[in-house]
Write a new protein. Structure first.
Length: 239
């Protein structure tokens, strides 16, 4: 099982940070002349996320690794490891942020002021973000983006929270929990190198926040739902 853990760690250190970045640069060039490239890119992203995830799930079937050890279990509040104020603060921020996203998603559908405001915000972001080219525009792209969002929510939480935190604790038991959370979050950030330095820093911090919540509730299931919701929110306002 140790070898399998190291393989997953090696994958997170190389595939997305290096090959994922290179693939995105190719995609940016091709999508300018071929509208079908975006659909191809979405499908490729889904496959590249599910391959390591299915490998991890196979470990559950063929080794001593359990679903509970990778966070696929019921919620059980635990504030002893990181402290009450850390856990409760992270959870409260998550609840507020999640409710805000839901309000915007619903408001976009039923409130013209919110819709116009979000459309304007999206246009401003499009001019700044180099990765905005990957966002869905057509109906077909939006439908597939929903699957991309769900895939990212499931697979990235299993890889970077569920498996990674357990694997690092298992392989290097002398490390402090904070080092493990920070290191696994950096790996999560590096998986988003296509977003540039700011994107890596932002996703690293988000990953750390997710990791703190995970330690506090003992389950990645709520994080999967929240992660998918955040990614799904990306297609709102793309017309």
């Amino acid at each position: 099982m140790e070898v399998a853990f190291w393989l997953v760690i090696l994958f997170t250190l190389t595939y997305e940070p290096i090959f994922g970045y290179i693939d995105f640069q190719k995609f940016k060039r091709k999508v300018k002349t071929d509208d079908r490239e975006k659909i191809k890119f979405y499908k490729s992203s889904i496959i590249s996320l599910w391959v390591p995830t299915l490998f991890i799930l196979s470990l559950v079937g063929f080794t001593d690794l359990t679903l509970e050890q990778i966070g696929l279990t019921t919620i059980l509040l635990n504030t002893e490891i990181l402290g009450k104020w850390v856990i409760y603060s992270a959870i409260i921020v998550g609840i507020i942020f999640g409710l805000a996203i839901l309000i915007f998603i619903i408001g976009y559908r039923f409130n013209s002021k919110i819709k116009n405001s979000m459309d304007k915000m999206k246009k401003e972001e499009s001019a700044k973000n180099q990765f905005d080219v990957m966002m869905p525009v057509t109906k077909q792209e939006k439908k597939l983006w929903t699957l991309v969002s769900l895939t990212a929510g499931i697979t990235e939480e299993i890889i970077y929270r569920g498996l990674m935190i357990f694997a690092l604790s298992y392989l290097l038991p002398g490390l402090s929990i904070w080092f493990i959370l920070i290191f696994s979050s950096i790996l999560f950030g590096l998986a988003h190198t296509y977003q540039g330095v700011k994107g890596v820093v932002r996703t690293t911090l988000i990953g750390l926040w997710f990791s703190i919540v995970y330690i506090g509730i003992g389950s990645i299931i709520p994080l999967i739902l929240f992660h998918a919701l955040v990614d799904y929110f990306g297609k709102i306002g793309e017309e």
